[in-house]
Ligand binder design. Structure first.
Ligand SMILES: *Cc1c(COP(=O)(O)O)cnc(C)c1O
Length: 353
């Protein structure tokens, strides 16, 4: 007999990670190409010597370092096994089956998957023509079943950001008992225009229902260790702690994250070259005739509609793995000039054929 498994899981797909192919250049998962700094590698090695012990379940030292760096109280921080887990845990604390989770589409794949796993109902509001969150339309889509709203800024996979005024107007329209998760996984890569500038930590003081999500996986280069954090009102962090899988933020991750915060300036300096490359790659792709929205993340989006799957396959044949979203476009990670050049050369060559 087949085991009893919730029938509604049958048509929920598993998360599809970026492909790894030996010898190919992977620009599919928004990782950094640089490995950990020597001091961070040393902290990991030191923590490795103690893995016979359970990690600190409260991540007390990391939480207090984060609180200091962000100028909030430790009670305002909850760490998680990657911010992906915090997305899941927010859905767990906010929804029961039938409740609605609202987000833009296309956006981060985890939102619909985790919503359906929880038995809640995803409500997707299309991005604008320019591939930006349509915040007024999202506010219009709030119902009395809405329990949680994700705003992904910059948006994965389009790289676009919202205007600060639009975000403020949106927050003013959201009922104060509906949690808004502002997913800032790519925060460190943002170089906002005046109109795009806002301070999420400040905003969370004003709106107690705002939860800011950040991660050590992207600009901090610790994707393999799995650690992210939420900045929120204690009412939310306390609930997040209740659904936290015990010991899921491992001791290597905690030590590496603390060491990375101490090396913050050096790590964040790396983002400047990615930002410069992002602008170069964007303009070269546009010159070649591609439709590329302005990105504020460490990746660019190319609108390709029906050509998407073939484009990604041909890139793969040329030794570059990118992330296709069938029928829509591709997302390409921006890293070092030499790596970016391999992709740009492929894209140019293809456009000229
Ligand atoms: C990469 C990413 C995350 C976080 O990833 P973790 O590795 O789980 O911290 C969260 N949100 C978005 C939009 C991302 O792209």
């Amino acid at each position: 007999m087949t085991p009893h498994i919730r029938p509604d899981l049958a048509d929920v797909p598993a998360y599809v990670p970026g492909k790894n192919v030996p010898g190919a250049l992977k620009l599919a998962s928004n990782e950094t190409t640089d490995g950990p700094l020597p001091g961070v590698a040393a902290a990991i090695a030191e923590a490795a010597a103690g893995v016979n012990r359970y990690p600190d379940n409260g991540a007390v030292e990391l939480t207090s370092e984060l609180a200091k760096h962000l100028d909030v109280a430790p009670e305002n921080i909850q760490t998680g096994c990657g911010s992906v887990t915090l997305c899941q845990n927010l859905i767990t604390i906010a929804t029961r089956p039938g409740d609605e989770v609202l987000f833009a589409w296309r956006s981060f794949e985890t939102y619909p998957l985790a919503t359906r796993v929880a038995g809640a109902t995803p409500v997707q509001v299309p991005l604008t023509e320019g591939r930006v969150h349509d915040l007024p339309a999202m506010a219009d889509a709030i119902t009395d079943r809405t329990r949680l709203i994700f705003i992904c800024n910059p948006n994965n996979p389009t790289g676009t950001v919202v205007d600060s005024a639009a975000l403020h107007d949106f927050m003013a329209r959201v009922p104060s008992n509906v949690i808004v998760a502002l997913d800032e996984a790519y925060y460190e890569y943002v170089r906002p225009t005046e109109a795009q500038r806002y301070d999420a930590v400040e905003l969370h003081r004003r709106y107690k229902n705002l939860v800011v999500l950040r991660t050590f996986s992207k600009a901090y280069g610790l994707a393999g260790l799995r650690v992210g954090y939420a900045i929120a009102d204690p009412a939310v962090t306390n609930a997040l702690l209740k659904v936290h899988v015990p010991f899921s933020v491992n001791s290597l991750a905690q030590s590496a994250a603390i060491a990375s915060l101490h090396a913050k300036d050096e790590l964040l300096a790396r983002t400047d070259s990615v930002v410069a490359e992002r602008e170069r790659v964007t303009s070269e792709l546009r010159e070649a005739g591609y439709n590329v929205p302005a990105s504020q993340a460490n990746f660019v989006w190319i609108d390709l509609a029906d050509d998407t799957t073939r484009f990604a396959q041909e890139a793969m044949d040329a030794g570059v793995i990118i992330r296709p979203f069938a029928g829509e476009g591709v997302r390409v990670t921006v890293t070092h000039a030499a790596e970016n050049d391999r992709f740009v050369a492929f894209a140019r060559d293809r456009a000229s054929r």
